[in-house]
Write a protein that binds this ligand. Structure first.
Ligand code: ADP
Ligand code: ZN
Length: 606
C-alpha cells in the first residue's frame, strides 16, 4: 500500500517535472525527508540529487531552504525551476537591496517554494531571524563535502551549519554530496551533527560513460579524429595540463572546423567568464581547459570529456570525466596517454617543493593512475575498486570492447633493462630505444654505443612497440625516470629479479590505433536511443528551436529541454499534446509553454 506522501511525491514528479518514475534511491529518500527525517545522501554526479530535496520541499508545508556554495549556479537552478512552474528564488550578494527585501517578504509569507542561499549569507543574524519568522519545510545542504577540511573544496562557513540543528531542531535536514570516500562521509555526519540521519549511499558507477585510453602518437590529431568521428556538433570538455597547450589546442580545433573556446586561470577574467557562459548556454561548444575549469559546471549535456595529458590522480580523473553525461545519455571519457606524460608527471612531483612524505603520497596516486592506463582488465572495474566498490567487467569500456592481448614480455624487458644498464643509466628512453633497435644516430656514434652487445637486439620491434614497453615497465616500477635534465632511465631494485630471470613479466601487446566504431554491441545500465536519419533531422531542428527559444528567454538551452527529452520527442514524433505529454521531461508547465509549437513543428516535418 502506498502512503499519501508517496502518492503526492509521485504526482509532483510526473506532473511538475514530467518524469514517469523515480530513479534508484530517489523514492526512498524523498519519502524519508518528506516525512520529516534527516538524511545524508551520497550519489554520483548526474544521479539526480536535486529532486531528492525539491520534491520533499513541495510536498511539505513551508519554504525549502537550499544551502549551496555555488552562487554562480543559483540563477540557472532558479530559472530551471521557474520553467517547470516551481516558485524559487535566491538570496546572495549579486542582488540589489530592494530585490533582497522582496525575496525576504516572499519567504516570510510563504509565497515561494524554494530559496537558495550561500552558507555565509545563511549565517548572518538577519537571515537566521528571517527563517525563524518563517515556516521552513526543510534545509538541504548541497555539496556537503565542503565541510571536510581534508577535501579540496573546504569552506569554513560550512562547519557552522551545525547551528541549524540547534536553532531549528524540528526542521528536517538533508545533506548531499557526490564525493565517494568513507572518510569524508564520516566527517560530514559528525560536523553537521547528522549522526542520527539515515544514510543513502548509491553506487558511484556512471554506466552511461564509456571509458577509453589510447596510446598517444599525435595527441591533437587523434583528438580531432575522435571528435570528428564520434561527436560532431556535440558539447565537450578537453583537459590539457598547461595554459599554452590550452590555447594551441583550441586554435587547432577551430582551424579544423570545431567550435572550441579556451579556458584557463591566466586569461583575462571577463573573457574567461564569457567563454564559460557561452559553453553553458549555447549548444555544441568544445571547451579546452586546464583543470581550473569545472567546479560547479552543471551542464547536463556534455557528451565527452577528453584528456590530452595524464591527470595526477584517479580522484581528479574521475571527477573530471564525471562531468560528461549528467543527463544519463551515452557519453565518452577519452584519454590519449604516452611515455612523455609519465616522464613529465614524475618530474613535476620530484621538482615540487612538497616534503618527502607528501611526494610519496603524490607518487602513489600517480601509480594508481598509471595502473588504470596500463590495465589489462576492465577500466570501470579498476576505477570503482579504487573507490571501494566491487563490480564485474562492464562491457562499456575500451578494454571490455576490444580486449587487449597480453604476452610474455620477459625477454624484451630483459633486453630493455640491460640496455639501460649498458648505457650507464644516463640516457633517456629515446636513445635507449635507438640502441635496442640498432639505429645509426650521431649520438650513438659519439658514445660508441654501436659496439655494445645490446646494440640492435631489439630490431624486430617498432619504436612504438618499444615505447609501449618502456611505459609499462615504468608503470610496473622496474625503472624510474630521473629528474635530471636528460630524463634518463634508471633501474630500480625491482629490476634485479627480472634481469636474473627469476621473475616473469606479462605486458599488454601494442596495438595499432584503430578507429573505434560508435557504440558497438549492447551495454547495460542505460537505454540507447539510436535515431534514424529522419529522426536525427527532427532532433537537429528541435535543437535549433531550443537554442532560439533559450535566447529569447535569456536562459541556458538545457533549461528549456534536455537532450534526452528532445531525442525522445524525435523518436515518438508526437502530433498532439496528449502524445507529447507522456514524453519524459515534459511536465504540465512546459506542455503549456511549448506544446503547441513543438506539435506544429513535428506535424510539419512528418
Ligand atoms: P546531480 O545533482 O546528482 O548531479 P541532477 O539532480 O542535476 O543530478 O540530475 C541529473 C539529471 O537527471 C537532470 O537532467 C535531471 O532532470 C535528471 N533526472 C533526475 N531524476 C530523474 C528521474 N527520476 N527521471 C528522469 N530524469 C531524472
Ligand atoms: Zn569495462
Amino acid at each position: 500500500m502506498t502512503s499519501d506522501i508517496q502518492q503526492s511525491a509521485l504526482h509532483i514528479l510526473q506532473t511538475v517535472f514530467g518524469y514517469p518514475a523515480f530513479r534508484g534511491q530517489q523514492a526512498e529518500i524523498v519519502e524519508h525527508v518528506a516525512n520529516g527525517g534527516d538524511a545524508l545522501v551520497l550519489m554520483p554526479t548526474g544521479g539526480g540529487k536535486s529532486l531528492c530535496y525539491q520534491i520533499p520541499a513541495l510536498v511539505r508545508d513551508g519554504v525549502g531552504v537550499v544551502v549551496s556554495p555555488l552562487i554562480a549556479l543559483m540563477q540557472d537552478q532558479v530559472d530551471a525551476l521557474a520553467e517547470v512552474g516551481v516558485r524559487a528564488a535566491f538570496l546572495n550578494s549579486t542582488q540589489t537591496f530592494e530585490e533582497t527585501l522582496r525575496i525576504e517578504r516572499l519567504v516570510r509569507t510563504g509565497e515561494i517554494d524554494l530559496v537558495y542561499v550561500a552558507p555565509e549569507r545563511l549565517m548572518t543574524q538577519r537571515c537566521l531571524d528571517l527563517f525563524e519568522d518563517s515556516h521552513i519545510a526543510l534545509f538541504a545542504i548541497d555539496e556537503a563535502h565542503c565541510v571536510s577540511q581534508w577535501g579540496h573544496d573546504f569552506r569554513p562557513e560550512y562547519i557552522r551549519l551545525s547551528i541549524l540543528h540547534e536553532r531549528f531542531p524540528h526542521v528536517p535536514r538533508i545533506a548531499l554530496t557526490a564525493t565517494a570516500d568513507q572518510l569524508t562521509r564520516a566527517e560530514i555526519a559528525q560536523r553537521l551533527q547528522l549522526d542520527e540521519a539515515r544514510q543513502f549511499v548509491s553506487s558511484f558507477d556512471r554506466p552511461n560513460i564509456r571509458y577509453a585510453i589510447v596510446e598517444k602518437t599525435n595527441g591533437r590529431k587523434q583528438l580531432l579524429d575522435f571528435i570528428s568521428a564520434e561527436h560532431p556538433g556535440d558539447a565537450g570538455i578537453v583537459y590539457c595540463l598547461s595554459r599554452k597547450k590550452v590555447e594551441e589546442t583550441a586554435e587547432f580545433l577551430n582551424e579544423n572546423g570545431i567550435r572550441a573556446l579556451p579556458y584557463h586561470a591566466g586569461m583575462d577574467y571577463a573573457l574567461r567568464a564569457d567563454n564559460q557562459a557561452r559553453f553553458l548556454r549555447e549548444d555544441g561548444i568544445v571547451m579546452v581547459a586546464t583543470i581550473a575549469f569545472g567546479m560547479g559546471i552543471d551542464k547536463p549535456d556534455v557528451r565527452f570529456v577528453c584528456h590530452l595529458d595524464l591527470p595526477k590522480s584517479l580522484e581528479g580523473y574521475y571527477q573530471e570525466t564525471g562531468r560528461a553525461g549528467r543527463d544519463g545519455l551515452p557519453s565518452n571519457a577519452w584519454m590519449a596517454y604516452g611515455l612523455q606524460d609519465v616522464v613529465l608527471q614524475r618530474r613535476m612531483i620530484d621538482e615540487s617543493d612538497a616534503d618527502e612524505n607528501f611526494k610519496r603520497v603524490l607518487g602513489s596516486k600517480l601509480d594508481a593512475m598509471l595502473g588504470l592506463c596500463e590495465t589489462l582488465s576492465c577500466r570501470r572495474m579498476r576505477l570503482l575498486e579504487y573507490f571501494g566498490e566491487r563490480s564485474g567487467p562492464c562491457g562499456n569500456c575500451d578494454t571490455c570492447l576490444i580486449p587487449p592481448v597480453s604476452f610474455d614480455a620477459t625477454v624484451p624487458v630483459q633486453k630493455l633493462l640491460s640496455a639501460i644498464y649498458r648505457v650507464d643509466q644516463r640516457f633517456a628512453a629515446g636513445h635507449v630505444i635507438d640502441v635496442l633497435r640498432g639505429v645509426q644516430t650521431e649520438r650513438i656514434t659519439q658514445w660508441h654505443h654501436d659496439s655494445l652487445t645490446v646494440y640492435g637486439v631489439g630490431a624486430d620491434r617498432s619504436e612504438h612497440e618499444w615505447r609501449a614497453i618502456v611505459r609499462q615497465v615504468i608503470a610496473l616500477g622496474l625503472i624510474t625516470v630521473d629528474h635530471d635534465a636528460f630524463s634518463s632511465l634508471k633501474l630500480t631494485e625491482a629490476a634485479r629479479p627480472v634481469l636474473k630471470g627469476e621473475r616473469k613479466v606479462e605486458l599488454r601487446q601494442y596495438q595499432k590505433p584503430v578507429k573505434q566504431k560508435r557504440q558497438a554491441g549492447p551495454t547495460k545500465g542505460y537505454v540507447e536511443m539510436d535515431l534514424s536519419p529522419a529522426e536525427q533531422k527532427i532532433f537537429e531542428k528541435l535543437r535549433w528551436w531550443r537554442l532560439e527559444t533559450a535566447k529569447a528567454h535569456s536562459v541556458a538551452a538545457f533549461i528549456i529541454f534536455g537532450d534526452a527529452t528532445l531525442r525522445e520527442i524525435a523518436k515518438v514524433k508526437p502530433t498532439s499534446l496528449d502524445e507529447l505529454r507522456v514524453v519524459s521531461g515534459v511536465g504540465a508547465k512546459k506542455l503549456t509553454s511549448y506544446g503547441d509549437e513543438i506539435v506544429a513543428m513535428i506535424t510539419e516535418m512528418v
